[in-house]
Design a protein around this ligand. Structure first.
Ligand code: ADE
Ligand code: ZN
Length: 326
């Protein structure tokens, strides 16, 4: 088996997937029709043609508009189920899914519809596909700390359905320190904590995520390459980074996949993993990320195995059960 074939076939965990970013244009149109929601695009093709992003914000504007078709628990279930079918085809055996409740509750969608719809799909994935699945609630960092606290309170009746919290949306100008108190409360509640940092923002935001939010993982983290001290720290602690190569390409964080730092991070001893971020928008699910990165960076079989192993090491699977995946 060559490295590309291995990249496709190897069992893997996905740890950085925004479930709203798995909404394919076809499903956006189907849900818009089912729910009587008007869209700004006349066809699936016209919508897909708009997926030409110049930076994170240009993507987020269209991503939040796409999510406006989600209204009922059934919608959230159907979106996640479509993702799980694709994940199974890519040999994903464990998935930790981000969701953005504020995107929905701000439109009047009940928290119960969001969480119960997604949790139902996770249960079904376990039963019917053998994929273990968990949910991570993300706070939108462009909104206030008070809004994050209110969202946490609204989600607590459904505490058993999510394992952790994250921080996403527009990074620059919204440093992790803004959410230090809400993350402390989440840690006190026994939630795992992760944060997007070092995607478009500076290494300083990664230090804040580590020192102030006390994260269990950093999402993206490619900016670590600019800070030798941070690279040494990450190699020493093996604090995992959930890297998303095709996302970085589509959002112009890198100009060419051949320039992506993933291999250099791996060689430096960091616990890096490969993930799809928003696969419906960035041109590929998890295997597309593994395969295209393997080819662009000439990864070896050993590199591919290390990435898959890292995905389980970095996961929030109960340590007692982790050995079953390795
Ligand atoms: N929300 C969905 N995808 C995101 C990304 N790549 N960065 C920040 N927020 C996001
Ligand atoms: Zn992300």
């Amino acid at each position: 088996m060559n490295p590309t074939e291995l990249a496709r076939a190897i069992p893997k965990a996905e740890l950085h997937i925004h479930i709203e970013g798995s909404l394919e244009p076809e499903l956006i149109f189907a849900l818009a029709q089912r729910n009587g929601v008007a869209l700004a695009y006349s066809s699936v093709e016209a919508l897909r043609a708009a997926y030409a992003f110049t930076d994170l914000q240009s993507f987020l504007d269209i991503y939040y508009a796409g999510a406006s078709v989600l209204l009922t628990a059934q919608d959230f279930h159907d979106m996640a189920w479509a993702y799980f079918l694709r994940a199974q085809a890519d040999h994903v055996v464990h998935a930790e899914l981000f969701f953005d409740p504020q995107t929905h509750t701000a439109r009047g969608v009940p928290m119960a519809a969001v969480i119960e719809g997604l949790a139902g799909a996770c249960r079904r994935a376990e039963q019917e596909l053998g994929i273990s699945a968990a949910l991570i609630l993300c706070f939108l960092r462009h909104l206030s700390e008070a809004d994050a606290f209110a969202t946490l309170e609204a989600a607590l009746p459904y505490r058993q359905h999510f394992i952790g919290v994250g921080l996403d949306s527009s990074e620059v100008g919204h440093p992790p320190e803004k959410f230090q108190r809400v993350f402390a409360r989440c840690r006190d509640l026994g939630l795992r904590v992760v944060a997007h940092a070092g995607e478009e923002g500076p290494p300083e935001y990664m230090w804040q995520a580590i020192d102030l939010l006390k994260v269990d993982r950093i999402d993206h983290g490619v900016a670590a390459m600019q800070d030798p001290l941070l690279m040494a720290e990450l190699a020493h602690t093996r604090l995992p980074l959930t890297v998303c190569p095709l996302s970085n390409l589509k959002l112009c964080v890198v100009d060419d996949l051949r320039d992506h730092p993933l291999k250099r991070m791996l060689d430096a001893g960091l616990c890096v993993t490969v993930n799809s971020d928003d696969p419906a928008y960035f041109g590929g699910y998890l295997n597309a990320n593994y395969v295209q990165t393997t080819e662009a960076l000439s990864l070896s079989r050993a590199d591919v195995v290390a990435l898959a192993k890292n995905s389980f090491e970095a996961s929030f699977i109960d340590p007692a059960q982790r050995s079953a995946f390795l």
